[in-house]
Design a protein around this ligand. Structure first.
Ligand SMILES: [Zn+2]
Length: 190
């Protein structure tokens, strides 16, 4: 399995590049900023980009897409409930239960509204990409348009905390964690 991690832009967004090491096919998750850094890594590692996805539509998670699209003209996979802050070339809706295949790698879409109406998490074999829904020791802000604290708590408690505890948590900003640690130590849920 390919797992690369870049921290991009002044909001330090975590961008993940996941893929199948058998054929070098990858997905870019949250190309938030500094697209040149993403393209440089992809070029250096000879990755084949087959998909690009956003955990939600905030600018710090999609800001690099337009530039990447010039090299890889493929649609941005994003839940349609998120209004986008600027025009995006091409989008394709993803929703609860969709399976995204990247070679041998399979990601399940979990719709987790709260931080934004169209926020999603992605479940892989032993990890969970949580975007701005769940952080190590924190949760996403809900004061932006379409945000809802009630929905955020419900999404995390019903849809994430019911998953296996040993899943690693790869959030949209900050440190990595595990679901177990967040259940035990996240101050919002203790
Ligand atoms: Zn956000």
């Amino acid at each position: 399995m390919i797992l690369e991690h870049l921290v991009l832009g002044f909001l330090e967004t975590n961008c993940y590049i996941l893929g199948d090491s058998n054929n070098n096919e990858v997905i870019i998750i949250d190309p938030g900023d500094e697209p040149e850094k993403i393209l440089k890594l992809i070029n250096f590692k000879k990755f084949k980009v087959s998909k690009i996805i956003a955990t939600h539509g905030h600018p710090d998670h999609i800001g690099g897409y337009a530039q990447i699209y010039k090299t890889f003209p493929i649609p941005l996979l994003i839940n349609q409930e998120d209004a986008l802050p600027f025009q995006v070339k091409e989008t394709k809706n993803i929703s609860q239960g969709d399976i995204i295949n990247i070679g041998n790698l399979h990601l399940e879409v979990i719709h987790t509204p709260g931080h934004s109406p169209g926020s999603i998490c992605l479940r892989g074999k032993d990890y969970l990409i949580t975007g701005d829904t769940l952080f190590a020791g924190g949760i996403g802000r809900t004061d932006l348009p379409g945000g809802s604290m009630e929905k955020l708590f419900s999404s995390i408690q019903k849809k994430l905390f019911s998953l296996p505890e040993d899943l690693k948590v790869y959030p949209g900003h900050g440190d990595f964690s595990t679901l177990k640690d967040e259940k035990l130590y996240n101050p919002f849920f203790r």
